[in-house]
Design a protein around this ligand. Structure first.
Ligand SMILES: C[S@@+](CC[C@H](N)C(=O)[O-])C[C@H]1O[C@@H](n2cnc3c(N)ncnc32)[C@H](O)[C@@H]1O
Length: 238
């Protein structure tokens, strides 16, 4: 299966919220007692989980009341951190319908539905007016995006003057390709890794100025780093 359908098929998991609730119940945590801290052990679909999420949002200076757009939001772990810990008003956009459903169900569970709007859509064609957001973020999603220029251009278009864009992604390493399946793609058909240099060049080419760039290669857990073909993670703020 090619294109977007192949990507959504890779991520499509139904009843994920119920499966997570059942998993927590196995550890003695009942549905009514579930907190964001409990979910944080399960809902961050990226390397270094919750810790990395908080680092990125702190680096971006996310503050209470800001309108923040999360591209490729998955089941909404980072979006809930933005809404709860940083007090942002969040729009969480994702391509995969089942993950959007899970995102909504988990927001409802922890009482954050009024702070997070979940939108099904493609990060390369955003359904938002120009200058709608104070911050745009994306975490571990651009590996699935072939049209990276379109995504970064769209991020710039929807940012207000003085806004910031932050990303945390897996990038190509020194090895030619990782061995698939990888967490983000079953095969190379749906994986579009670029080198950190190329990624920065594209981001700057569309009009961003880099304020901060960090290579987290050394901080990755060894098994993942090896499996990713010595891939490194970049965290950038434009
Ligand atoms: C590895 S998950 C990361 C989810 C989330 N950012 C997190 O860190 O918990 C990648 C997500 O990107 C989404 N995605 C991939 N391509 C996309 C696109 N073109 N537009 C929007 N979402 C996309 C997938 O559906 C998936 O939910």
């Amino acid at each position: 299966m090619a294109g977007r359908d192949g990507i959504t098929a890779h991520y499509q998991r139904t009843s994920l919220a119920e499966a997570m609730i059942a998993r927590l119940a196995e550890h003695g945590i009942e549905r009514s007692a579930i907190t964001l801290e409990h979910l944080a052990t399960l809902d961050q679909m990226h390397v270094r989980g919750h810790e990395a999420t908080v680092e990125l949002f702190e680096a971006l200076g996310v503050a209470a009341g800001m309108a923040v757009l999360d591209l490729g939001a998955g089941i909404g772990g980072p979006a809930r951190v933005l809404a709860d810990r940083f007090g942002a008003q969040v729009t969480a956009l994702d391509l995969t319908p089942a993950l959007c459903e899970t995102n909504r169900a988990l927001n409802e569970l922890v009482g954050l539905s009024d702070r997070i709007a979940v939108i099904e859509g493609d990060a390369t064609e955003l359904p938002f007016e120009d200058a709608s957001f104070d911050r745009v973020v994306t975490i571990h999603a651009t590996m699935n995006v072939d049209r990276k220029r379109s995504l970064y251009r769209e991020a710039l278009r929807v940012l207000r003057p003085g806004g910031r864009f932050g990303f945390y992604d897996i990038v190509a390493g020194v090895a030619p390709q990782p061995e698939y399946p990888m967490p983000w793609a079953g095969s190379v058909t749906h994986s579009f890794l670029v080198s950190p240099t190329e990624m920065r060049a594209i981001v700057e080419e569309v009009g961003f100025t880099t304020r901060l760039y960090q290579d987290h290669d050394q901080r990755l857990a060894q098994p993942h780093a090896a499996a990713a073909g010595a891939g490194s993670c970049g965290q950038g703020c434009g």
